[in-house]
Design a protein around this ligand. Sequence first.
Ligand SMILES: C[S@@+](CC[C@H](N)C(=O)[O-])C[C@H]1O[C@@H](n2cnc3c(N)ncnc32)[C@H](O)[C@@H]1O
Length: 411
Amino acid sequence: MVQSLTKEDFTSATSRLLGFKFRRCFIIEEEEEAKRSTEAMKVPQVMSMKGGVGQNSYTNNSSIQNIGISQLKHLIREAILDLYSTTFLNNLVIADLGCSSGPNTFMVLSEIIEAIDERKNECNLPLPEIFVYLNDLPGNDFNTIFHTHMARFYENLMEGKKKKLPNCFIAGTPGSFYARLFPMRTLHFVHSSYSVHWLSQVPPGLEDETGQLNKGKIYISAISPPCVFETYLKQFQKDFSQFLRFRSEEMVTGGRMILSFAGRKSGRKEYCYSFIILTQALKDMVSQGFVEEAKLDSFNIPYFSPCVEELKDVIDRENSFDLDRIERFDVVLDACVEDREKPCSEADKYKIGSIMEKGTRAMTEEMLASHFGMEILDKLFQRFREIASERWHDEQDNLLNIGVSLTRKHL
Ligand SMILES: C[S@@+](CC[C@H](N)C(=O)[O-])C[C@H]1O[C@@H](n2cnc3c(N)ncnc32)[C@H](O)[C@@H]1O
């Protein structure tokens, strides 16, 4: 018969066997573990992107992120080829954190397989087997990943190819990346695009008793009091540092990690173009009587666009990773317009406004619906599109992105 052992039984048995010191250490670890799980539970479940394959889904509205990931392909290739060529691996274990549900979910994996295939032919290397963990919050639409996007990924991969490709095993891992997700020292390569700028929670200091600290704004704005920026920065530093610490436990020494962020220019405190427009659209809804002012005052987005120095500072202080490269790049939305040589026509402005609107809606709909109610969304985003189309040309140099390439240190 198997008898279950409670935590108390186990603690007292170990303390009897190994003495009080060990027991204390065990309790401290337990407390630490409990603290970690509580941190993980703080992540708002409404933070997930809009699932499914409908017109407002992330599947159909992630072209901006897609352009960004394409611009970092060279970093991904460099890291994978370095791993593949210098350390022969029978098994390559990869995790994509904050994979969401859309065509971008498999984009990096396709790139990795292509790169391995090319290098294998050049250097006559054996093929590794690839194990991929796709991670996102439990509210993410994992069903659509495995029903729809995975089948397309395999179809595209096999298209026109007769050659042997690596065996690929793909699994979903629901959970917050601000907690441990994988066994110790198992990951060779970690990728995360446009996800780690989502915080684990709305910075607690913002929700003062009056709810007035960031009144009329939903994020850091040019006219927010300085303490709003400090509060957001502090939360980001804490979260990103934890993210690195947990990954350093899960990754092998020499393992590689590529991260991308929607970033901010150094020296500027405010900035996230989409949220500036969203704030304006919400204010317009307040003045038209569709949204209560107090509701707007109590809404803040758990998000932080870091600048290069802030990223370097956390990576440096946390100290588990060598920073191989950090690159700034622009996501040029003009790429979505047919004739890029001509000045932006009214039709082009509308098109770009519409891409911004749909992209922002897919990212924030769940959050907005849970705070303001579903019924305001169509009107709100119609207004968003109008503002985005009008203001596009003043703002487009501000869509700064940052790519980071890291190696797990030999500690
Ligand atoms: C903008 S999407 C990026 C999706 C995809 N990587 C891409 O580049 O298109 C951000 C994703 O991060 C996920 N996310 C945010 N916070 C997270 C957390 N703490 N743990 C895991 N995933 C998280 C969201 O649910 C969302 O799917």
